[in-house]
Design a protein around this ligand. Sequence first.
Ligand code: SAM
Length: 421
Amino acid sequence: MTLKNILERKSIGYWDFADSKSIGIHKISAYPATMVPDMQKELIKSVMEEDHTIKNILDPFHGSGVTLVEGASLGLNPIGFDINPLANLITRVKLQGVSKKSLMTSLNKIEKILINDDFEFPLHEFTNINKWFRNDIIKSLSKIRAAIQLEKYKNIRQYYWVCLINCIKRYSNTRTSTFKLHVKTDENIQGIKNNVISDFLNNIKTSYKFLPNFSRERQVSLFIGDTANLISKIEDNSIDIICTSPPYGDNATTVTYGQYSMLPIYWIDRRDLGIFDESLIENYSSIDSASLGGNKKNSNNTFYYSSQILEDYLAKIDERKRKKVRCFVNDYLEVFSNLKFKLKPEKYMVLTLGNRRVDNQVLPLTEITREFLEKQNFTFELEVMRNIPTKRMPRKVSNVKNHAVKSMNTEYVLIMRKRGE
Ligand SMILES: C[S@@+](CC[C@H](N)C(=O)[O-])C[C@H]1O[C@@H](n2cnc3c(N)ncnc32)[C@H](O)[C@@H]1O
């Protein structure tokens, strides 16, 4: 049966996954705008039903690793890129797992250290730490940090850091209504009850159950950096399926993955975060600036992509915003034009896409992507529109000149297939 037939058998509304309860493993640490695990699994499974030769899966913007973890659960070798070191750590821990036997011994030790009032540790510091954390919280988190650093196994330390991420977010002075860093009111800050240590220990005791047992043999090929630069790490014609949800565009008005991640990043020991360019974590907005939709990379104004769909759209929005959208679309499509070489002939690219608004006009990213890939030796297989029934984003993702920008409530799955040689 063809993939189209397999997917078209599903009823309308099937893809909404309205009852989806995010599977445990994906709950061990929060990340903005995550995908629906059941849906990604179903998509990958459907492709595997049609093509039995699939061995690996590439997610070039892997985020918290939903696609890669679901792909790995179906027996595929995961390969991924993300510019955000926090996304990389979360995904790595979900894929590599934790040595459960050693964890039990380690847990005993860390618990003793954390309840010991005589344990000596340095107070951690970074720019503006006092703006984002109350003094007593800094003390508790510093104690945890020093205790984690005493652990000898890297896979356990990385697991502990992931268990700490939710605590860092929860006990910081940032509001939860936005992904951007905004300080809570004094009253709300004073209202925070300091249960950091017990929450952290509880996280350790529950999350490991969802993870695989650590094994050195398990292949985890994850890289931190700009996908545009990392693609060359992959051999041509070596990938069996590309499955991803790429960034939607302008970081200032959509999802600030980087800003959301900076506080945890500044607490985690740099040595456990993997290899990446230091400039990425120079300040609170450096990841977002370096991301797709951040600062214009295309400064010499060479736009190799021209499309009537894009021009018609640009004509509808404020002139001052056109260049930024054009740059984003250009950088975004440049990634896809390079990705196509990595996919084997006749294999699929499965994209979950959001069409965000600029000036209240919907940027037709799905149509643009489809048109572009069709010109790049791909055939269009299927497009599925789905409602996003559970809000995985704050309703307001940003405040632009006091106009609230609403988050999207529909997304599209675009399935394209590379032509044979
Ligand atoms: C829509 S999210 C992916 C969400 C993910 N599928 C999940 O379920 O968690 C897009 C991801 O692209 C990453 N990103 C943005 N620009 C990038 C770039 N130039 N290179 C690599 N990753 C980038 C962001 O850090 C973010 O994690």
